[in-house]
Design a binder for this molecule. Structure first.
Ligand code: NAG
Ligand code: NAG
Ligand code: NAG
Length: 401
């Protein structure tokens, strides 16, 4: 209620300011028709789109910041002689550094954004953790992990706080349906401005709440993605595929989808060093039962990659039945890690194809690499995650069986 009336005041103030004839419309206003609404209200309507010069859309994934009280909060797993000069502020400095070098179009924070137990005030910790994205006015989204709610805010409270922040495209949940968790939503990335696909979503981003801990006494361990969330995913994916493949400018194949959440699926344990890129230095801390989300993803057909955090010492991508399962590796300095093994971030870059007439079309390929917080901000493990036409397409078998 309090939040609502503050929002209302904000809207009224913005309208008043606009009507006074200030030359600029209120901050955050896009090209849509609703030119009198401030950023917080417009966030949901703000469009992500591919660059019309580069034909590229670049996403920075930041996993497991474990932010607490800023400079008062020390670092874990750094060398002993680094302890006295290391705090949450090193996490902030790393975000600025990687943004400066990569210039991403969008940032996704995949949970354990704050470490609730060590935070005096969860709202302040959240504000500090996401400050670089807000200050640089970069569109960003977040999901929650298993530690975000361990401070002064509940899971709903944390997600609601995030949704109210500036420049975020995060959403609490879809409206009009009952769904488990907080922070289940999708975002569309439109084709390049001026191209035929300018008003179509050529890349779909899905965000889910993978829960915290099991509430079923007979099942120990972490939470999982529930049937209600899987039904929402399935329906959303199906709707987006119809929109892309029917009607005006119908496309042959679905637009690729990327799926972001915190806790890895049990299928992350199906790989070893012979079939992944990156490293596995600890076990896969998924839920102890398999709720079937991987099967739902395979069945939907548009999801090409899943990105999680949670296990800070794992940073690999491995491909199973046409879907890349990727960790980002730990980012935050107040999160456990390994001294001498740099904190890191995952970057994903999707590129458009050129049509015969020379304009930008749909997505042609999706690449990824990691950036390390070392002296040179090293780039490692560059790999292609997906190429159009190479996976997920039904072909008639030419081999008799
Ligand atoms: C943390 O930041 C301080 C101040 O810039 C710097 O001196 C220190 O080396 C950093 N520590 C680590 C572990 O990167
Ligand atoms: C996209 O929508 C805008 C605004 O409605 C319109 O002006 C433009 O012609 C559309 N472009 C395409 C390629 O459909
Ligand atoms: C990866 O390779 C191992 C053998 O080294 C095999 O047991 C496993 O099934 C492979 N996983 C996938 C997903 O291909």
């Amino acid at each position: 209620m309090i939040r609502l009336s503050i929002l209302l005041l904000f809207v009224l103030a913005a309208i008043a300011e606009w009507q006074e004839g200030s030359s600029d419309p209120p901050r955050g206003v896009g090209t849509g028709g609703a030119a009198i609404l401030p950023a917080a209200v417009l966030a949901g309507a703000r469009r992500l789109r591919f660059g019309s010069k580069s034909g590229e859309f670049k996403i920075l994934q930041v996993a497991d910041m474990h932010y607490a009280d800023g400079k008062e909060t020390g670092c874990l797993d750094v060398f002993p002689d680094q302890l006295s000069t290391c705090s949450d502020l090193n996490t902030t400095a790393f975000i600025y550094r990687v943004i400066r070098h990569e210039n991403p179009d969008f940032i996704v924070f995949t949970g354990d954004n704050i470490f609730g137990i060590d935070s005096k005030d969860a709202s302040k910790s959240l504000n500090a953790a996401f400050e670089p994205a807000v200050a640089l006015k970069l569109p960003w989204a977040a999901v929650i992990g298993n530690h975000d709610q361990e401070g002064t805010l509940s899971r709903e409270g944390v997600m609601q706080h995030i949704v109210g922040m500036d420049h975020t495209l995060s959403q609490l949940n879809p409206t009009g349906i009952e769904i488990d968790g907080f922070g289940n939503y999708n975002l569309e990335v439109r084709g390049a401005e001026g191209s035929a696909l300018a008003n179509k979503s050529v890349l779909n981003l899905y965000f889910l709440d993978s829960g915290d801990y099991s509430t079923v006494p007979a099942i120990p361990g972490y939470g999982w993605i529930k049937p209600s969330q899987q039904v929402w995913f399935q329906k959303t994916s199906s709707r987006l595929q119809k929109e892309y493949m029917r009607g005006a400018l119908q496309q042959k194949d679905p637009a690729p989808g990327l799926v972001y959440f915190h806790i890895p699926l049990p299928e992350f344990s199906y790989f070893d060093a012979s079939n992944f890129t990156g490293v596995k230095q600890e076990g896969i801390s998924s839920a102890s039962i398999n709720s079937g989300f991987f099967a739902t993803l395979v069945e939907a057909g548009d999801a090409k990659a899943v990105f999680t955090g949670h296990d800070h010492l794992n940073d690999f991508c491995g491909k199973l039945i046409g879907i890349q399962l990727c960790y980002a590796g730990g980012f935050g300095y107040h999160a456990y890690g390994k001294a001498g093994w740099s904190r890191r971030a995952r970057v994903v870059s999707a590129s458009l194809e050129k049509t015969l007439s020379g304009e930008w079309g749909g997505v042609k390929s999706i690449k990824t690499w990691k950036r390390l917080d070392d002296e040179h901000l090293s780039t490692i493990d560059t790999q292609v995650l997906w190429i159009k036409g190479s996976t997920g397409r039904r072909r008639k078998s030419t081999v008799p069986n």
